[in-house]
Design a binder for this molecule. Structure first.
Ligand code: GRF
Length: 202
């Protein structure tokens, strides 16, 4: 078997997607290990999930640095130190610094809780996304996994899963059903992308 790739997961919150990646990567056949968690918030429960799994977790916040460029250097340094090959954003609420997008071109993935290109872009996160889907009268929603570039929710779409919208449901109920699919599709896509990298196809 090829050597496993090292994945860093960037979070800002609860980290249920982080958990699904940790669980999937615990299988010996999975082509990657979760080697590092970076959080933009001290309070993110995802940090506890990382600690429980024995994964190093760093809190790297803009307010602890003098400039954006110092923050991005600190992130890049941590990625280098842990020999990170691939980055998964999982509820990370900050724009990834340009220097990191450049260094990890096509190797940064994100999961979004709606069917992009609809319901994406700056400010479209969390419950707002589900609220907007319900207000628009869409009959289907569901997660999108895509490549990250310099623009929010813009890069190549790698996978989508459809989740029917139930007439009259509230955003919480839609979120719950979309999340169930997120937890399936994200590990599947990460596996595929890592295998493509290992075989030189990506
Ligand atoms: C998910 O809905 C994901 O699609 C979005 O942020 C949420 C993160 O949830 N990008 P969690 O922290 O993984 O539970």
């Amino acid at each position: 078997m090829e050597a496993k790739l090292n994945v860093a997961v960037f979070i800002s919150g609860g980290g249920t997607n982080l958990q699904s990646l940790i669980d999937a990567a615990s299988s010996p056949e999975f082509p990657a290990r979760i080697a590092l968690v970076i959080s933009s918030s001290k309070k993110a429960y995802g940090i506890t999930r990382a600690e429980n799994a024995g994964i190093p977790a760093l809190i790297l916040r803009k307010k602890d640095f003098n400039s954006d460029s110092d923050l991005s250097s600190a992130i890049l340094e941590a990625l280098k130190e842990h020999s990170i090959d691939v980055i998964c954003l999982a509820g990370y609420l900050k724009l990834v610094p340009k220097e990191i997008v450049r260094s990890y071109r096509n190797r940064i993935l994100n999961i979004h809780p709606a069917l992009l290109p609809k319901f994406g872009g700056k400010g479209m996160y969390g419950m707002r996304v589900h609220q907007a889907v319900l207000e628009s009268g869409e009959r289907v929603s569901g997660p999108t996994v895509h490549v990250v570039d310099e623009i929010y929710d813009n890069g190549e779409i790698l996978a989508q899963r459809e989740v029917p919208v139930i007439p009259g449901e509230d955003p919480e109920s839609l979120q719950k059903r979309v999340l169930e699919q997120e937890h399936r599709v994200y590990p599947e896509v990460l596996k595929r992308i890592c295998e493509e990298i290992q075989s030189g196809k990506r």
